[in-house]
Design a protein around this ligand. Structure first.
Ligand SMILES: [Cu+2]
Length: 349
């Protein structure tokens, strides 16, 4: 069977016609269950003048096993790799598992219809399991856990609604973080009390620098589904007092939300994450000790899939997502990300 060009043209034309009919004014379309993007997204919506929103968000990222590039390796292989890697590493210990938990309090306020101000307080809780390496005075092959929690960096900024119709929004995020999170704590746990060492980079609560976080979001609302796209960056500026800055990060997200009914939506999201290595070096993070001390073993690429749902019930907005990492290519050797769960409750008034 052949498809005649004219038939194809008619099909495309009718599709456009359907779309243009459904793009008639629908006041309140942006107040249904897909009014916010999936739980892992922020900066995707604005509030009208005088409206406040408070949100509590919880995130937990699970990481288990080391990965060299895109290949998962055993704990003993991780130790062996460090003997000949450049730089040499994992002589004192190798990480085996980590949970990165985060509690977030997010407040938004509509200063005008086109400018929404926001701030977000972050409370990370980091736990990392390790296996001791051949040079550890406490004995190779034994295990230990380190933990760190407290205030993280604080995000604040403005969301500017650049262009908007009843069906779409273009939102520019002009924001950043201030270095309220501690970046230098010591622990003698790795050597079973024999010596005190600085916690490595991924166990620190903040970046130590002022970070610019420009971003851009576009959203489109059809009758019973919506679509969103977002580019969001995290750009540390200068160096912190420990003489380094974290690598720049860029996230590219696209998502679709389907309205099961006005109060409930299902979402599917794809996320690309690119992160640079650390610039500079804290003088108290010897590379040979552990791979989490190595500045050039922090960057990489990750592809995450977000599967979620949103419930808009009596003014309470519940947003949840489970986010498996489907692909990752890591610089050097690092813990691999398995999945994250993200959940939030918010209310506007
Ligand atoms: Cu909001």
């Amino acid at each position: 069977m052949t498809v005649k060009p004219l038939h194809l043209l008619t099909a495309v034309a009718s599709l456009f016609l359907t779309t243009s009919i459904s793009t008639a004014d629908h006041p309140g379309r942006k107040s249904l269950a897909d009014k916010h993007g999936p739980a892992g997204i922020a900066g995707d919506h604005v509030h009208e003048k005088g409206e406040w929103m408070v949100e509590y968000k919880y995130m937990n990222m699970y990481m288990e096993d080391n990965r060299i590039g895109d290949r998962t390796v055993s704990d003993s292989e991780a130790i062996a790799f460090g003997a000949t890697s450049s730089p040499m590493t994992n002589r004192m210990a190798a990480p085996t598992q980590m949970t990165m938990e985060m509690h977030m309090t997010h407040v938004m306020y509509g200063a005008t219809d086109n400018v929404t101000l926001y701030t977000m307080l972050m409370l990370p809780s980091l736990t990392m399991d390790h296996i001791r390496g051949p040079m550890n005075p406490a004995g190779a092959g034994t295990e230990f856990t380190t933990h760190n929690s407290g205030f993280g960096d604080t995000a604040l900024g403005a969301l500017l609604r650049l262009y908007s119709t009843q069906r779409c929004d273009w939102i520019l995020n002009l924001g950043g973080t201030v270095p309220t999170g501690d970046i230098f704590r010591t622990s003698s746990t790795p050597t079973a009390g024999m010596m005190s060492q600085a916690l490595p980079y991924p166990m620190r609560l903040g970046s130590g620098t002022f970070n610019a976080r420009p971003g851009m979001t576009v959203r489109y609302f059809a009758d019973d589904w919506s679509w969103g796209g977002q580019v969001q960056s995290d750009l540390p500026m200068g160096k912190n007092y420990r003489d380094y800055r974290l690598g720049a990060e860029v996230r590219l997200n696209t998502w679709t939300q389907y309205l099961v009914c006005d109060a409930f939506a299902l979402s599917l999201r794809g996320e690309h994450v690119w992160r640079d290595n650390i610039d500079g070096a804290d003088p108290q993070t010897p590379d040979a000790g552990i791979s989490t001390n190595v500045e050039s073993f922090r960057g990489g690429y990750w592809y995450n899939l977000g599967i979620g749902g949103q419930l808009n019930w009596k003014g309470n907005y519940l947003n949840m997502e489970i986010v498996p990492t489907l692909a990752q290519d890591l610089d050097g050797i690092q813990l691999e990300t398995d999945y994250s769960i993200i959940a939030s409750w918010s209310r506007a008034f």
